[in-house]
Design a protein around this ligand. Sequence first.
Ligand code: UTP
Length: 410
Amino acid sequence: MITFDAAKDILKKYGQEHILAYYDELNENERAELLSQIEMTDFSVLENLSEEKNALSKRGKFEPLGAVTIEDIAENREKYYSAGSEAIKEGKVAAVLLAGGQGTRLGFDKPKGMFNIGVSKELYIFECLMNNLMKIVKSTGSYVPLYIMTSEKNHHDTVNFFEEKNYFGYDSSYIKFFIQDMAPSVDFNGKIYMESKSDISISPNGNGGWFSSIVRAGLLNDIKKKGIEWINVFAVDNVLQQIADPCFIGAVINSGSQSGSKVVSKVSPEERVGVLCLEDGKPSIVEYYEMTEEMRTLVTENGQLAYKYGVILNYLFRVDRLEDIIAEKMPVHVVEKKIPYMDNNGGFVIPEKNNGYKFETLVLDMVHLQESCLPYEVERSKEFAPVKNAEGVDSVESARKLLIQNGIEL
Ligand code: UTP
Protein backbone atom coordinates (compact mmCIF):
# COMPACT_ATOMS: atom_id res chain seq x y z
CA MET A 1 0.00 0.00 0.00
CA ILE A 2 1.15 3.56 -0.63
CA THR A 3 2.62 5.63 2.18
CA PHE A 4 1.04 8.74 3.68
CA ASP A 5 3.60 10.91 1.86
CA ALA A 6 2.95 9.28 -1.51
CA ALA A 7 -0.81 9.73 -1.02
CA LYS A 8 -0.25 13.37 -0.16
CA ASP A 9 1.76 13.89 -3.34
CA ILE A 10 -0.98 12.40 -5.51
CA LEU A 11 -3.63 14.52 -3.82
CA LYS A 12 -1.52 17.65 -4.14
CA LYS A 13 -1.21 17.10 -7.88
CA TYR A 14 -5.01 17.13 -8.18
CA GLY A 15 -5.70 19.81 -5.52
CA GLN A 16 -7.43 17.30 -3.22
CA GLU A 17 -5.32 17.50 -0.02
CA HIS A 18 -8.49 17.98 2.08
CA ILE A 19 -9.04 14.22 1.82
CA LEU A 20 -6.34 13.75 4.46
CA ALA A 21 -7.69 16.48 6.77
CA TYR A 22 -8.89 13.99 9.42
CA TYR A 23 -6.02 11.53 9.03
CA ASP A 24 -4.65 12.23 12.52
CA GLU A 25 -8.00 11.36 14.11
CA LEU A 26 -8.29 7.96 12.38
CA ASN A 27 -7.36 4.60 13.87
CA GLU A 28 -4.94 2.21 12.15
CA ASN A 29 -7.60 0.41 10.11
CA GLU A 30 -9.28 3.59 8.97
CA ARG A 31 -5.93 5.06 7.92
CA ALA A 32 -5.13 1.94 5.91
CA GLU A 33 -8.61 2.04 4.35
CA LEU A 34 -8.23 5.67 3.30
CA LEU A 35 -4.73 5.21 1.87
CA SER A 36 -5.90 2.20 -0.11
CA GLN A 37 -8.85 4.17 -1.49
CA ILE A 38 -6.48 6.94 -2.57
CA GLU A 39 -4.30 4.35 -4.27
CA MET A 40 -7.25 2.73 -6.08
CA THR A 41 -8.97 5.93 -7.21
CA ASP A 42 -8.51 7.14 -10.75
CA PHE A 43 -7.99 10.87 -10.13
CA SER A 44 -7.24 11.53 -13.79
CA VAL A 45 -11.00 11.74 -14.48
CA LEU A 46 -10.89 15.12 -12.70
CA GLU A 47 -9.06 16.54 -15.70
CA ASN A 48 -12.35 16.28 -17.60
CA LEU A 49 -13.81 19.07 -15.49
CA SER A 50 -12.10 21.63 -17.64
CA GLU A 51 -12.08 19.58 -20.83
CA GLU A 52 -15.84 19.04 -20.70
CA LYS A 53 -16.43 22.69 -21.57
CA ASN A 54 -14.78 22.07 -24.91
CA ALA A 55 -16.24 18.63 -25.49
CA LEU A 56 -18.81 19.84 -27.99
CA SER A 57 -16.33 21.52 -30.23
CA LYS A 58 -14.51 18.19 -30.41
CA ARG A 59 -17.44 16.53 -32.13
CA GLY A 60 -17.27 15.87 -35.86
CA LYS A 61 -19.71 16.54 -38.67
CA PHE A 62 -23.15 15.05 -38.03
CA GLU A 63 -25.43 13.64 -40.70
CA PRO A 64 -28.80 11.91 -40.37
CA LEU A 65 -29.03 8.12 -40.55
CA GLY A 66 -32.12 6.20 -41.63
CA ALA A 67 -33.32 2.99 -39.98
CA VAL A 68 -34.75 -0.40 -40.81
CA THR A 69 -38.32 0.70 -40.18
CA ILE A 70 -41.19 -1.08 -38.48
CA GLU A 71 -42.69 -1.63 -41.96
CA ASP A 72 -39.44 -3.11 -43.34
CA ILE A 73 -39.26 -5.40 -40.34
CA ALA A 74 -42.86 -6.58 -40.76
CA GLU A 75 -42.10 -7.53 -44.37
CA ASN A 76 -38.97 -9.46 -43.48
CA ARG A 77 -39.99 -10.81 -40.08
CA GLU A 78 -39.66 -14.51 -40.91
CA LYS A 79 -36.28 -14.12 -42.55
CA TYR A 80 -34.91 -12.08 -39.63
CA TYR A 81 -36.44 -14.34 -37.01
CA SER A 82 -34.96 -17.45 -38.50
CA ALA A 83 -31.44 -15.97 -38.78
CA GLY A 84 -31.62 -14.65 -35.21
CA SER A 85 -33.08 -17.73 -33.60
CA GLU A 86 -30.50 -19.88 -35.37
CA ALA A 87 -27.71 -17.75 -33.87
CA ILE A 88 -29.31 -18.13 -30.43
CA LYS A 89 -29.70 -21.88 -30.83
CA GLU A 90 -26.06 -22.17 -31.87
CA GLY A 91 -25.11 -20.40 -28.63
CA LYS A 92 -23.68 -17.39 -30.44
CA VAL A 93 -25.67 -14.77 -28.54
CA ALA A 94 -25.34 -13.55 -24.93
CA ALA A 95 -26.99 -10.67 -23.10
CA VAL A 96 -25.52 -8.15 -20.68
CA LEU A 97 -27.79 -6.45 -18.16
CA LEU A 98 -26.43 -3.08 -17.04
CA ALA A 99 -27.54 -2.84 -13.43
CA GLY A 100 -24.67 -0.98 -11.80
CA GLY A 101 -26.41 2.42 -11.76
CA GLN A 102 -27.61 4.07 -8.59
CA GLY A 103 -31.05 5.08 -9.79
CA THR A 104 -30.88 8.34 -7.84
CA ARG A 105 -33.78 9.88 -9.75
CA LEU A 106 -36.09 7.09 -8.68
CA GLY A 107 -35.08 7.65 -5.08
CA PHE A 108 -35.27 3.94 -4.17
CA ASP A 109 -32.56 2.85 -1.76
CA LYS A 110 -32.13 -0.67 -3.18
CA PRO A 111 -30.92 -1.71 -6.66
CA LYS A 112 -33.45 -0.41 -9.20
CA GLY A 113 -34.24 -3.94 -10.39
CA MET A 114 -35.57 -4.75 -6.92
CA PHE A 115 -38.28 -2.12 -7.27
CA ASN A 116 -41.76 -3.66 -7.09
CA ILE A 117 -43.73 -2.18 -9.96
CA GLY A 118 -46.72 -4.43 -9.22
CA VAL A 119 -49.95 -3.02 -7.82
CA SER A 120 -52.07 -5.89 -6.55
CA LYS A 121 -49.25 -8.42 -6.75
CA GLU A 122 -45.47 -8.37 -6.58
CA LEU A 123 -43.76 -7.72 -9.90
CA TYR A 124 -40.15 -6.60 -9.67
CA ILE A 125 -38.28 -4.79 -12.42
CA PHE A 126 -35.76 -7.65 -12.58
CA GLU A 127 -38.70 -10.03 -12.85
CA CYS A 128 -40.16 -8.15 -15.85
CA LEU A 129 -36.81 -8.46 -17.63
CA MET A 130 -36.35 -12.13 -16.80
CA ASN A 131 -39.91 -12.85 -17.96
CA ASN A 132 -39.12 -11.15 -21.27
CA LEU A 133 -35.93 -13.15 -21.69
CA MET A 134 -37.76 -16.34 -20.76
CA LYS A 135 -40.08 -15.78 -23.74
CA ILE A 136 -37.05 -16.12 -26.02
CA VAL A 137 -35.94 -19.28 -24.23
CA LYS A 138 -39.40 -20.72 -24.83
CA SER A 139 -39.60 -19.72 -28.49
CA THR A 140 -36.06 -20.82 -29.45
CA GLY A 141 -35.69 -23.72 -27.01
CA SER A 142 -32.29 -22.35 -25.88
CA TYR A 143 -31.10 -20.46 -22.83
CA VAL A 144 -29.26 -17.21 -23.52
CA PRO A 145 -26.22 -16.68 -21.26
CA LEU A 146 -26.86 -13.56 -19.18
CA TYR A 147 -24.10 -11.46 -17.58
CA ILE A 148 -25.31 -8.99 -14.98
CA MET A 149 -23.22 -5.90 -14.19
CA THR A 150 -23.52 -4.58 -10.65
CA SER A 151 -21.43 -2.08 -8.69
CA GLU A 152 -19.66 -2.29 -5.32
CA LYS A 153 -22.69 -0.47 -3.93
CA ASN A 154 -25.40 -2.90 -5.02
CA HIS A 155 -23.68 -6.20 -5.76
CA HIS A 156 -24.67 -8.16 -2.67
CA ASP A 157 -28.27 -6.96 -2.67
CA THR A 158 -28.60 -7.87 -6.36
CA VAL A 159 -27.03 -11.31 -6.12
CA ASN A 160 -28.99 -12.16 -2.96
CA PHE A 161 -32.23 -11.00 -4.54
CA PHE A 162 -31.78 -13.20 -7.60
CA GLU A 163 -30.98 -16.15 -5.34
CA GLU A 164 -33.92 -15.48 -3.06
CA LYS A 165 -36.28 -15.29 -6.07
CA ASN A 166 -34.79 -18.45 -7.57
CA TYR A 167 -33.56 -16.47 -10.62
CA PHE A 168 -37.20 -15.93 -11.60
CA GLY A 169 -37.28 -19.39 -13.13
CA TYR A 170 -34.17 -18.90 -15.30
CA ASP A 171 -31.52 -21.63 -15.30
CA SER A 172 -28.98 -20.05 -12.93
CA SER A 173 -26.05 -21.80 -14.59
CA TYR A 174 -26.55 -19.34 -17.48
CA ILE A 175 -26.32 -16.28 -15.21
CA LYS A 176 -23.07 -14.65 -14.11
CA PHE A 177 -22.53 -11.42 -12.18
CA PHE A 178 -19.62 -9.00 -12.46
CA ILE A 179 -18.76 -5.72 -10.72
CA GLN A 180 -18.02 -2.45 -12.51
CA ASP A 181 -15.39 0.14 -11.59
CA MET A 182 -15.87 3.25 -9.47
CA ALA A 183 -14.89 6.93 -9.85
CA PRO A 184 -14.73 9.82 -7.33
CA SER A 185 -17.56 12.38 -7.02
CA VAL A 186 -16.84 16.09 -6.62
CA ASP A 187 -18.60 19.29 -5.59
CA PHE A 188 -19.22 22.08 -8.10
CA ASN A 189 -15.72 23.41 -7.40
CA GLY A 190 -14.10 20.12 -8.28
CA LYS A 191 -13.28 19.06 -4.69
CA ILE A 192 -13.86 15.39 -4.00
CA TYR A 193 -16.62 14.78 -1.45
CA MET A 194 -15.98 12.62 1.62
CA GLU A 195 -18.60 10.18 2.90
CA SER A 196 -16.91 9.93 6.27
CA LYS A 197 -13.55 10.93 7.72
CA SER A 198 -11.98 7.83 6.18
CA ASP A 199 -14.10 7.31 3.05
CA ILE A 200 -13.85 9.10 -0.26
CA SER A 201 -17.16 9.56 -2.07
CA ILE A 202 -17.01 7.16 -4.98
CA SER A 203 -19.72 5.98 -7.34
CA PRO A 204 -20.10 3.66 -10.33
CA ASN A 205 -18.14 5.07 -13.28
CA GLY A 206 -20.94 4.87 -15.85
CA ASN A 207 -22.15 2.05 -18.06
CA GLY A 208 -19.43 2.48 -20.72
CA GLY A 209 -16.89 0.36 -18.87
CA TRP A 210 -19.02 -2.79 -19.03
CA PHE A 211 -16.81 -4.68 -21.46
CA SER A 212 -13.54 -3.84 -19.75
CA SER A 213 -15.13 -4.86 -16.44
CA ILE A 214 -16.19 -8.18 -18.02
CA VAL A 215 -12.61 -8.71 -19.12
CA ARG A 216 -11.22 -7.77 -15.69
CA ALA A 217 -13.66 -10.18 -14.05
CA GLY A 218 -12.17 -12.97 -16.20
CA LEU A 219 -15.45 -13.54 -18.03
CA LEU A 220 -14.10 -13.02 -21.55
CA ASN A 221 -12.72 -16.56 -21.36
CA ASP A 222 -16.17 -17.81 -20.50
CA ILE A 223 -17.63 -15.89 -23.45
CA LYS A 224 -15.06 -17.27 -25.87
CA LYS A 225 -15.24 -20.81 -24.54
CA LYS A 226 -18.97 -20.75 -25.13
CA GLY A 227 -18.45 -19.53 -28.72
CA ILE A 228 -20.45 -16.34 -28.14
CA GLU A 229 -20.14 -13.94 -31.08
CA TRP A 230 -22.77 -11.32 -30.31
CA ILE A 231 -23.63 -9.48 -27.10
CA ASN A 232 -26.96 -7.73 -26.57
CA VAL A 233 -26.43 -4.99 -24.00
CA PHE A 234 -29.48 -3.49 -22.29
CA ALA A 235 -30.54 -1.25 -19.42
CA VAL A 236 -32.22 -2.41 -16.25
CA ASP A 237 -34.88 0.26 -16.25
CA ASN A 238 -36.97 -0.43 -19.33
CA VAL A 239 -39.60 -2.90 -18.13
CA LEU A 240 -40.76 -3.63 -21.71
CA GLN A 241 -37.19 -4.32 -22.80
CA GLN A 242 -37.08 -7.12 -25.39
CA ILE A 243 -33.83 -8.94 -24.79
CA ALA A 244 -32.05 -11.17 -27.31
CA ASP A 245 -34.84 -10.40 -29.76
CA PRO A 246 -34.29 -12.90 -32.60
CA CYS A 247 -35.61 -10.50 -35.28
CA PHE A 248 -33.26 -7.73 -34.19
CA ILE A 249 -30.31 -10.12 -34.08
CA GLY A 250 -31.24 -11.63 -37.44
CA ALA A 251 -31.62 -8.21 -39.08
CA VAL A 252 -28.18 -7.13 -37.86
CA ILE A 253 -26.52 -10.38 -38.93
CA ASN A 254 -28.19 -10.31 -42.37
CA SER A 255 -27.22 -6.66 -42.90
CA GLY A 256 -23.54 -7.44 -42.38
CA SER A 257 -23.37 -4.58 -39.84
CA GLN A 258 -20.78 -4.65 -37.11
CA SER A 259 -23.40 -3.64 -34.52
CA GLY A 260 -27.04 -2.73 -34.13
CA SER A 261 -29.19 -0.49 -31.99
CA LYS A 262 -32.88 -0.59 -31.24
CA VAL A 263 -34.38 2.84 -31.87
CA VAL A 264 -37.78 4.53 -31.56
CA SER A 265 -39.17 7.39 -33.61
CA LYS A 266 -38.97 10.64 -31.68
CA VAL A 267 -42.36 11.99 -30.64
CA SER A 268 -41.28 15.59 -31.13
CA PRO A 269 -38.14 17.51 -32.11
CA GLU A 270 -37.70 18.47 -28.44
CA GLU A 271 -37.80 14.96 -27.00
CA ARG A 272 -34.83 14.49 -24.70
CA VAL A 273 -33.32 11.41 -26.23
CA GLY A 274 -29.98 10.62 -27.88
CA VAL A 275 -30.29 10.18 -31.65
CA LEU A 276 -28.43 7.63 -33.74
CA CYS A 277 -26.79 9.38 -36.67
CA LEU A 278 -23.49 9.58 -38.53
CA GLU A 279 -20.53 11.56 -37.26
CA ASP A 280 -17.71 11.96 -39.76
CA GLY A 281 -19.25 9.06 -41.66
CA LYS A 282 -19.26 6.66 -38.68
CA PRO A 283 -22.26 5.68 -36.54
CA SER A 284 -22.63 7.89 -33.51
CA ILE A 285 -25.15 9.09 -30.96
CA VAL A 286 -25.77 12.78 -30.59
CA GLU A 287 -27.25 13.68 -27.21
CA TYR A 288 -30.35 15.89 -27.15
CA TYR A 289 -28.42 18.74 -25.50
CA GLU A 290 -25.76 18.59 -28.20
CA MET A 291 -28.20 19.08 -31.05
CA THR A 292 -28.60 22.52 -32.54
CA GLU A 293 -32.08 23.91 -33.19
CA GLU A 294 -31.42 23.34 -36.89
CA MET A 295 -30.59 19.66 -36.38
CA ARG A 296 -33.56 19.12 -34.10
CA THR A 297 -36.07 20.52 -36.58
CA LEU A 298 -34.51 19.48 -39.89
CA VAL A 299 -37.00 17.52 -42.02
CA THR A 300 -36.53 15.21 -45.00
CA GLU A 301 -38.34 15.47 -48.34
CA ASN A 302 -41.25 13.43 -47.01
CA GLY A 303 -41.69 15.71 -44.03
CA GLN A 304 -40.15 13.38 -41.44
CA LEU A 305 -37.61 14.52 -38.86
CA ALA A 306 -34.16 13.93 -40.32
CA TYR A 307 -32.67 13.15 -36.90
CA LYS A 308 -35.55 10.91 -36.02
CA TYR A 309 -34.36 7.75 -34.36
CA GLY A 310 -33.82 7.84 -30.60
CA VAL A 311 -31.80 5.17 -28.83
CA ILE A 312 -33.31 3.12 -25.99
CA LEU A 313 -30.15 1.48 -24.61
CA ASN A 314 -30.50 -1.84 -26.35
CA TYR A 315 -27.45 -2.56 -28.51
CA LEU A 316 -25.97 -5.55 -30.26
CA PHE A 317 -22.19 -5.72 -30.48
CA ARG A 318 -19.79 -8.24 -31.99
CA VAL A 319 -17.39 -9.75 -29.46
CA ASP A 320 -14.41 -9.61 -31.84
CA ARG A 321 -14.96 -5.88 -32.42
CA LEU A 322 -15.26 -5.26 -28.67
CA GLU A 323 -11.92 -6.96 -28.19
CA ASP A 324 -10.37 -4.74 -30.88
CA ILE A 325 -11.56 -1.51 -29.28
CA ILE A 326 -10.93 -2.37 -25.66
CA ALA A 327 -7.81 -0.22 -25.50
CA GLU A 328 -9.54 2.81 -27.06
CA LYS A 329 -10.07 5.70 -24.69
CA MET A 330 -13.75 6.43 -24.12
CA PRO A 331 -14.83 10.04 -23.53
CA VAL A 332 -15.61 10.82 -19.89
CA HIS A 333 -18.92 12.62 -19.30
CA VAL A 334 -19.24 14.99 -16.38
CA VAL A 335 -22.76 14.58 -15.01
CA GLU A 336 -24.56 16.68 -12.38
CA LYS A 337 -25.98 14.47 -9.60
CA LYS A 338 -27.13 14.46 -5.98
CA ILE A 339 -24.15 13.25 -3.99
CA PRO A 340 -24.46 12.29 -0.31
CA TYR A 341 -21.54 13.68 1.68
CA MET A 342 -20.04 14.48 5.08
CA ASP A 343 -20.33 18.16 6.00
CA ASN A 344 -17.75 20.21 7.90
CA ASN A 345 -19.22 19.14 11.25
CA GLY A 346 -18.87 15.46 10.41
CA GLY A 347 -22.64 15.03 9.78
CA PHE A 348 -23.87 12.92 6.83
CA VAL A 349 -26.01 14.88 4.35
CA ILE A 350 -28.33 13.48 1.70
CA PRO A 351 -28.91 16.44 -0.65
CA GLU A 352 -32.25 17.23 -2.23
CA LYS A 353 -30.76 19.01 -5.22
CA ASN A 354 -27.82 18.28 -7.48
CA ASN A 355 -24.71 19.28 -5.57
CA GLY A 356 -21.84 18.13 -7.74
CA TYR A 357 -20.50 16.01 -10.54
CA LYS A 358 -19.87 12.35 -11.19
CA PHE A 359 -17.66 11.05 -13.98
CA GLU A 360 -19.08 8.47 -16.34
CA THR A 361 -18.19 6.71 -19.54
CA LEU A 362 -21.26 5.72 -21.55
CA VAL A 363 -22.08 2.65 -23.58
CA LEU A 364 -23.50 4.88 -26.30
CA ASP A 365 -19.97 6.10 -27.05
CA MET A 366 -19.07 2.54 -28.06
CA VAL A 367 -21.30 2.95 -31.08
CA HIS A 368 -18.91 5.51 -32.56
CA LEU A 369 -16.11 2.95 -32.29
CA GLN A 370 -17.99 0.66 -34.68
CA GLU A 371 -17.54 0.77 -38.44
CA SER A 372 -21.29 0.33 -38.87
CA CYS A 373 -24.43 0.17 -36.75
CA LEU A 374 -27.88 -0.87 -37.92
CA PRO A 375 -30.68 1.30 -36.49
CA TYR A 376 -33.63 -1.07 -35.95
CA GLU A 377 -36.94 0.66 -35.32
CA VAL A 378 -39.30 -0.75 -32.71
CA GLU A 379 -42.73 0.29 -31.52
CA ARG A 380 -42.32 2.51 -28.53
CA SER A 381 -45.58 1.42 -26.89
CA LYS A 382 -44.48 -2.22 -27.05
CA GLU A 383 -40.80 -1.97 -26.17
CA PHE A 384 -40.06 1.23 -24.29
CA ALA A 385 -41.29 1.79 -20.76
CA PRO A 386 -38.41 3.41 -18.85
CA VAL A 387 -38.55 3.79 -15.08
CA LYS A 388 -36.30 6.77 -14.41
CA ASN A 389 -38.30 9.00 -12.08
CA ALA A 390 -40.67 8.45 -9.17
CA GLU A 391 -43.32 10.63 -10.83
CA GLY A 392 -44.09 12.30 -14.16
CA VAL A 393 -42.22 11.51 -17.37
CA ASP A 394 -40.59 8.06 -17.59
CA SER A 395 -41.88 7.18 -14.17
CA VAL A 396 -43.27 4.24 -12.28
CA GLU A 397 -46.75 5.43 -13.22
CA SER A 398 -46.09 5.78 -16.97
CA ALA A 399 -44.35 2.38 -17.04
CA ARG A 400 -47.29 0.75 -15.23
CA LYS A 401 -49.69 2.12 -17.84
CA LEU A 402 -47.57 0.69 -20.63
CA LEU A 403 -47.25 -2.69 -18.92
CA ILE A 404 -51.04 -2.88 -18.59
CA GLN A 405 -51.44 -1.84 -22.26
CA ASN A 406 -49.25 -4.80 -23.14
CA GLY A 407 -51.43 -7.21 -21.24
CA ILE A 408 -49.15 -7.63 -18.24
CA GLU A 409 -50.99 -8.13 -14.97
CA LEU A 410 -49.96 -5.86 -12.18
P1 UTP B 1 -28.91 5.87 -15.98
O1 UTP B 1 -28.17 6.74 -16.90
O2 UTP B 1 -30.38 6.01 -15.94
O3 UTP B 1 -28.28 6.04 -14.52
O4 UTP B 1 -28.53 4.36 -16.33
P2 UTP B 1 -28.72 5.49 -13.10
O5 UTP B 1 -27.51 5.61 -12.23
O6 UTP B 1 -29.31 4.11 -13.17
O7 UTP B 1 -29.89 6.44 -12.65
P3 UTP B 1 -29.88 7.96 -12.13
O8 UTP B 1 -29.39 8.78 -13.28
O9 UTP B 1 -28.96 8.01 -10.94
O10 UTP B 1 -31.30 8.22 -11.78
C1 UTP B 1 -28.86 3.71 -17.53
C2 UTP B 1 -28.50 2.25 -17.38
O11 UTP B 1 -27.10 2.10 -17.17
C3 UTP B 1 -26.86 1.42 -15.95
C4 UTP B 1 -28.10 1.61 -15.12
O12 UTP B 1 -28.20 0.59 -14.14
C5 UTP B 1 -29.17 1.56 -16.19
O13 UTP B 1 -29.43 0.21 -16.57
N1 UTP B 1 -25.66 1.99 -15.32
C6 UTP B 1 -25.56 3.33 -15.12
C7 UTP B 1 -24.66 1.13 -14.92
O14 UTP B 1 -24.76 -0.10 -15.09
N2 UTP B 1 -23.56 1.69 -14.33
C8 UTP B 1 -23.42 3.01 -14.12
O15 UTP B 1 -22.39 3.43 -13.57
C9 UTP B 1 -24.45 3.86 -14.53
